[in-house]
Design a protein around this ligand. Structure first.
Ligand SMILES: [Zn+2]
Length: 397
């Protein structure tokens, strides 16, 4: 998720905290129901028949009077934990575009794609390398810009040349009528690199939530689709770089798509699903940016997947990730998230030890079904007026 320098308005922060407090109270409020199962101290022990009856019955949610929280598949939970712990480790040095840490992360993702048997869809196996130029701003900060091609790249001095790489793989569709159409699943694997240390002296911006969590979801979707029945449409997996620098990798992909964009019927992007959002029900729940703009959210919901509109539209998250570049081109494109406005956003504290893996694995399970719904069902359509108008453009299509 890139920063548009929006300060966190304090009323919203308070709202999130109070919603969290409410959900804690709800959990605490269920405990007395559990206690009713045991006799109070000092009262006569129930006869053995009653006790046997109690313990041979299925102690389900009816008896306890509490709703049992769903639990994720244990293999998926371990896959999610293992991949995220790797990608968000200090070894990857914050995955800044144009650094060795970013290259290591790209290799990790490409190895996973290969192990799942994805078709390589870059210009160098799974890698989609592209040219950038590095300049330094007057305040000393680095700026990366996308170059139009390799010939202009070579005209710049070596110290300005930077090569970035998206990682792209695909699963071919099985339906003769639909296989030429594609659903694009995306997440950005770059983050902010090494920067200003925090109070603990940590200078590595690990980006566990932003957006290693989305990349891991994408990997698990790729695994599930490659192991299960083949999707009817082709599914393209794009691990994009340069998102934090202005969607550079996605902008290059748009010029060099694995499947022509006119046959790309939907983009489902995944950003920051590592922590539950109390505003949409907490663990296992997710929201979709720009939900009301197209039929995508409805298509996913019709498959029994709990997905709701972004509860904080004032932050304009629909415009703040890779999906927006595709939406401007007319492709229904949205982002799944459960970002709860935590204050570790874009700080060295966005670490793996703050990830709620049970929550995240539940969201990943839902995201797998969401991609199946998009790959096998009707193509999403914009609602009237829902398609965003690109900046500088004066007309709607
Ligand atoms: Zn970000």
């Amino acid at each position: 998720m890139y920063n548009r320098s929006l300060p966190l308005p304090s009323p919203v922060r308070r709202l999130a905290v109070s919603a969290l407090a409410t959900s804690v109270l709800v959990v605490i409020g269920t405990v007395p129901a559990l206690a009713q199962v045991s006799p109070p101290t000092g009262s006569p022990v129930p006869d053995s028949g009653h006790v046997e009856d109690l313990w041979t019955r299925d102690l389900d949610s009816d008896l306890l009077g509490v709703e049992v929280a769903p639990t994720p598949d244990s293999a998926l939970l371990e896959n999610v934990r293992s991949a995220l712990t790797t990608l968000a480790s200090d070894h990857f040095e914050g995955r800044r575009t144009g650094t060795p840490g970013e290259a290591r992360a790209a290799h990790f993702i490409a190895n996973r794609f290969e192990s799942f048997g994805l078709v390589a869809a870059g210009n160098d196996a799974y890698f989609q390398r592209f040219p950038m130029r590095r300049t330094v701003r007057p305040d000393g900060r680095e700026r990366l810009e996308l170059m139009s091609g390799w010939s202009s790249f070579e005209q710049h001095p070596a110290e300005e040349r930077v090569i970035g790489a998206n990682v792209v793989g695909l699963i071919r569709g099985s339906d003769p009528e639909l296989r030429d159409e594609a659903v694009l699943v995306s997440a950005h694997f770059d983050h902010l690199g090494i920067g200003t240390p925090n109070e603990e002296g940590d200078s590595i911006y690990n980006g566990a939530d932003d957006d290693a969590s989305g990349v891991v979801a994408m990997l698990e979707i790729a695994r599930a689709l490659s192991e299960g029945p083949a999707p009817r449409r082709t599914v393209v997996f794009l691990a994009a770089t340069g998102e934090e620098q202005g969607l550079l990798g996605t902008r290059w992909y748009i010029q060099n798509p694995a499947v022509p964009l006119r046959r790309t019927v939907a983009n489902l992007n995944i950003e920051m699903i590592g922590r539950p959002d109390p505003l949409v029900g907490g663990p296992g729940r997710m929201w979709l940016t720009g939900y009301e703009r197209s039929t995508m959210g409805e298509i996913i919901s019709e498959h029994g997947i709990a997905i709701v509109p972004d509860p904080r539209p004032e932050y304009n998250f629909f415009m703040r990730s890779d999906n927006i570049a595709f939406a401007y081109l007319g492709i229904p494109a949205h982002t799944i998230s459960s970002y709860n406005l935590h204050e570790d956003y874009h700080t060295p504290a966005d670490e793996v030890d703050r990830i709620d893996f049970e929550h995240m694995a539940l969201v990943v399970e839902a995201a797998i079904e969401a991609v199946r719904a998009l790959a096998d069902g009707p193509a999403p359509m914009w609602h009237p007026g829902g398609r965003p108008v690109p900046p500088g453009s004066t007309t709607r299509d």
